[in-house]
Design a protein around this ligand. Sequence first.
Ligand SMILES: [Zn+2]
Length: 277
Amino acid sequence: MNRFKHIYIYMLSDKVDYNSILTYLTSMINCNIESRGADALYKYDLRDVAKMYARCKVNDVFRETAYSNVLISEDDIEYELSMLDGYLQPKPNTVYDGFCLQGIYSSMIDVEESSLDNVHIIMTDRLIATYSEEDMRYHLNTVVLGYPSIVSISGIVEAPAKPKEFYTLYYYYLSQGITINVDELKSIFKDMILEHDDPRLTDIVKGYVMQAVFYSILNDTPFCNEKRCILYNAHWQDEVIGAQIRDGGGLCRKHREVLDEFNRLHNTANSNSILTN
Ligand SMILES: [Zn+2]
């Protein structure tokens, strides 16, 4: 078990209520938790940051991005600069290689905060994907775990599939030649699907941040088989809502014990350091 001392959350999205997320984390984990803005990461010239992002863009879903020799256009750099300046939201079809992003964020973290005592979690609106050797294509992700971990808020909406019934009805209408109003269709399934402006996202994101925290505690993939546990690796939007809000919103017994042990060890370490001071 890794007994880290600090968690740094970098808020690169304005879609969720960070105060609520920080209050939740503080109530769960016994260590120092600090929230930071983009300026804590983007210490280079913004044009260089824009180039880094442009280099991570997935241009072909069937071909792994080779970062080192990617040709980036001036348009790509300008697009990234507009996002960094806050004039533009990420386009819904722009996807970034998750490991490439992880590499650039890692290079932006201060060396003195790079030890295992520190956990860094980036929260972003950008869609992230990782390449699978199994079927030779990219797949969207909700989180990319590692150093640092990345939570994609757009990915929580886009990566898990909508309910099968949604697609059944969608293709039924198409086969009948009936014009479909997708918003109307979504409203039928509103309890089972997520939208980008969904107020439930704040509570759902808490579970994904906990997945990143547990990855750092266990030094391993933290996914749980228990559907009501916030560490459940959901592949359907309905499962996301179920695990994070409707049926669960908490940890299963096994993972609660892991967290209790982490908090207990941290208490002991703190009281020992007070005694030796
Ligand atoms: Zn669990």
